[in-house]
Design a protein around this ligand. Structure first.
Ligand SMILES: [Fe+2]
Ligand SMILES: [Fe+2]
Length: 319
């Protein structure tokens, strides 16, 4: 039903693929890294993000729901990879799929572990699964592709903020949660242009791109904060009777939404830059960050070093 109605609506969005050739060969290849972290519930610091429980719960909620977003990205990327002609863009899509598959796996391990901290993982997994199965995964492929590009824009902006505020990950001794987020942010930044390039190559319609952006906006900055706000009610409602809880919550809201320096509050300009007709993810150059992080995090003594297993770069297959 959703799918046939949307298919009719989508016929109004004529595809308009970009015709100028992008030199994909000049782009840095994207490695797929395997990590083994081994989360244990009792070791996870629920005030990991800047000693603040509210903000940490926001990220835990993001962790639960983003696995469904990543599964959608993987499914959509697989479908569209077959339609691409450029062998290097195809290879980049394979890297994107590989990175997202391992993100989803490790976030699921983290999510399994926070059950022990009374986080409502089972309920939110149930809701996330139904939401994606009955709505987003029913979308026609062009809309899924624009949604995927929109989601990837949000994770790229988040990654850039986090890499520019590295110190925010060092308020806690929880090295495993730190490794999870720093590795994930590095890779989101590395593959941030892949979904967009696929969208522009295969479709390119501006109105449809904007539609995908607003769907991602509504999900990431509407449903996730709403779900995060309900966690204390579901988890330990008695804590809400204390002044300490409300002080923490006020600070947490600022850490995420303050227009001055909040994670999403201060990056609204970057987020909405996506609406520029000639926008490209590489207009926000973060290459200096990921070169720095790749070296710093993976070398001896780095945050990822104890958990690193192996990495490989997919082969370029002839078209
Ligand atoms: Fe990811
Ligand atoms: Fe991604």
């Amino acid at each position: 039903m959703i799918s046939s109605t949307l298919n009719k609506g989508l016929s109004l969005f004529k595809s308009n693929p970009i015709t100028e050739q992008i030199d994909f060969a000049s782009k840095k290849s994207i490695p797929i890294r395997h990590l083994a972290i081994g989360f244990e519930g009792k070791q996870i610091d629920l005030s990991f993000y800047m000693n603040n429980q509210f903000a940490t719960i926001f990220f835990a909620t993001l962790s639960v729901f983003l696995t469904y977003g990543e599964d959608l990205v993987i499914e959509t990327a697989r479908h569209h990879r077959d339609l691409l002609k450029d062998p290097i863009l195809k290879q980049r899509v394979t890297s994107l799929i590989g990175q997202e598959a391992i993100h989803s796996k490790l976030h699921n391990e983290f999510n399994d572990a926070i059950v022990e901290l009374d986080y409502p993982v089972r309920l939110y997994r149930f809701l996330g699964e139904k939401f994606f199965d009955y709505i987003f995964l029913k979308f026609p492929q062009p809309l899924k592709l624009s949604l995927m590009a929109g989601i990837e824009h949000f994770t790229a902006v988040l990654a850039e903020y986090m890499m520019a505020h590295e110190q925010n990950f060092y308020f806690s001794d929880d090295a495993k949660t730190r490794a999870l987020w720093m590795w994930h942010m590095l890779e989101e930044s590395e593959h941030k242009d892949v979904a967009y390039d696929v969208y522009q190559t295969l479709n390119g319609n501006y109105a449809l791109r904007v539609t995908g952006f607003f769907l991602a906006y509504f999900t990431i900055l509407g449903l996730i904060p709403f779900s995060a706000t309900l966690v204390p009610v579901l988890r330990k409602p008695q804590e809400m009777l204390t002044a300490k809880f409300w002080k923490d919550a006020r600070r947490g809201v600022k850490l995420i939404f303050s227009p001055k320096d909040g994670v999403f509050g201060s990056t609204q300009g970057r987020i909405f830059d996506y609406l520029r007709r000639d926008f490209h993810p590489n207009d926000h150059d973060a290459s200096h960050y990921f070169e720095y992080y790749e070296k710093k995090l993976l070398s001896e003594g780095g945050a990822l070093h104890p958990f690193f297993v192996k990495e490989f770069t997919p082969k370029i297959q002839a078209a």
